[in-house]
Write a protein that binds this ligand. Structure first.
Ligand code: FES
Ligand SMILES: [Fe+2]
Length: 383
């Protein structure tokens, strides 16, 4: 993050007055719990946000070599992107043109020089062009349907890869990022190394995973035995970028930094700098690494999460590798034992029908931004 940006954000904090009240949102917001539990609303979210809209597939450094692929499912549409021999990317529906078997079955991997269907061996070039139907003795020569893999849109910039599940309408990454590219571009994501990705499934609406990270107000209570001693529970630094938004969690001693001469200020050691790329991803800049959360909603009350850790350089030895692995262990331990079990109970309470609404207070501005943006996106799509 550029130094001027870090200074600007720290200044905002330093001027926010007692109890950081200047960081509060102008108004609180009431959201019906049906936004989390209604299957009709969920179906619309999948179509509008996940099928039709761009979503983050991953980071460029996860698929650096020819044949490397990443796959996902967007509103049920299985898609995968493949690194081409010339370094560009192509994305396609992950279903064979013979009888729709998947071409790749892992979340990430390498296809080798061609993409081969595991069912009857139809073979495609890396760009999805059908190359061969082995040993079929001309049995498919009497029809004229197209046999190349069905293309979908993919775009790559700033070390981020976006796909569109439902069409090949081009993706404009700058428009998708809505202004967050100034910061995200400064992180040099291209130069990072993927350490590990862990996948879990949770019994809650997908939005509750993102809600978890939006505010710090819960730290004092929910994390009283883990994070509360170190981190501020009174505010986050928030900024909106179209649908996306920034929420910076802060160390309790962050204002000490602003007692130094201004050209020495640094937010990085004091902040957990989180970019929410709505709808499906969270990119977190921590002091010495990057974490990325990617979501795949499976049902109105079920979501799959992929949590990845990226290091600034390849681990030099086993000790360095263990350091990163332990980092990921800790992240998943706190979220998996303190945050997400609470969120699952929240979902269950909302799904019971006994709680008609929830409230996002002025101390939770990113939460207000997130749900306002989603409600507006659905309303616009309905028109
Ligand atoms: S379904 Fe792929 S070769 Fe038959
Ligand atoms: Fe938390």
């Amino acid at each position: 993050m550029r130094h001027e940006r870090q200074v600007e954000l720290l200044q905002r904090l330093a001027r926010s007055g007692p109890h950081f009240q200047g960081m509060h949102a102008p108004h609180s917001m009431v959201n019906p719990t049906s936004a989390y539990t209604d299957p009709g609303r969920f179906a619309r979210e999948l179509k509008v946000l996940f099928r039709n809209g761009p979503t983050l597939l991953g980071l460029s450094c996860e698929m650096a070599n020819p044949g490397d692929y990443l796959s996902t499912t967007l509103d049920g549409v299985p898609v995968f992107a493949v690194r081409q021999p010339d370094g560009s990317l192509r994305a396609m529906v992950n279903a064979c043109r013979h009888r729709a078997a998947p071409l790749v079955t892992e979340r990430a991997g390498n296809t080798g020089r061609s993409i081969v269907c595991n069912y009857h061996g139809w073979t495609y070039d890396p760009d999805g062009t059908l190359r061969a139907r082995p040993l079929s003795s001309g049995a498919f020569d009497d029809f004229t349907l197209p046999c190349d893999l069905h293309p979908v849109a993919v775009a790559e910039k700033y070390g981020l890869i976006f796909v569109r599940g439902g069409s090949s309408d081009p993706i404009d990454v700058d428009e998708t990022l809505g202004g967050a590219q100034d910061d995200l571009g400064s992180f040099g994501l291209d130069g990072y190394t993927h350490i590990e990705t862990r996948t879990n499934t949770w019994d809650m609406n997908w939005k509750l995973i993102l809600d978890t990270f939006t505010e710090s107000y819960h730290i004092r209570w929910l994390h009283k035995n883990t994070l509360a001693g170190t981190f501020n529970s009174d505010c986050v630094i928030y900024e909106g970028f179209g649908r996306n938004f920034l929420s910076v969690g802060l160390r309790a001693d962050v204002l000490d930094e602003t007692t130094k001469p201004q050209d020495e200020w640094s937010l990085i050691p004091f902040g957990t700098i989180q970019y929410f790329l709505v709808p499906n991803a969270l990119v977190v800049h921590q002091l010495d690494h990057i974490e990325v959360w990617r979501l795949e909603p499976l049902a109105v009350d079920k979501v799959r999460t992929h949590t990845s850790l990226f290091a600034p350089e390849p681990p030099a030895n086993e000790k360095a590798q263990r350091y990163w692995t332990k980092n990921l262990d800790l992240l998943l331990q706190v979220t998996g034992t303190e945050d997400f079990p609470t969120m699952e109970r929240i979902h269950a309470a909302m799904a019971s029908g006994a709680i008609p609404e929830v409230v996002y207070g002025r101390i939770e501005p990113p939460l207000i931004h997130f749900h306002t943006a989603l409600n507006e996106a659905l309303a616009t799509a309905d028109q």
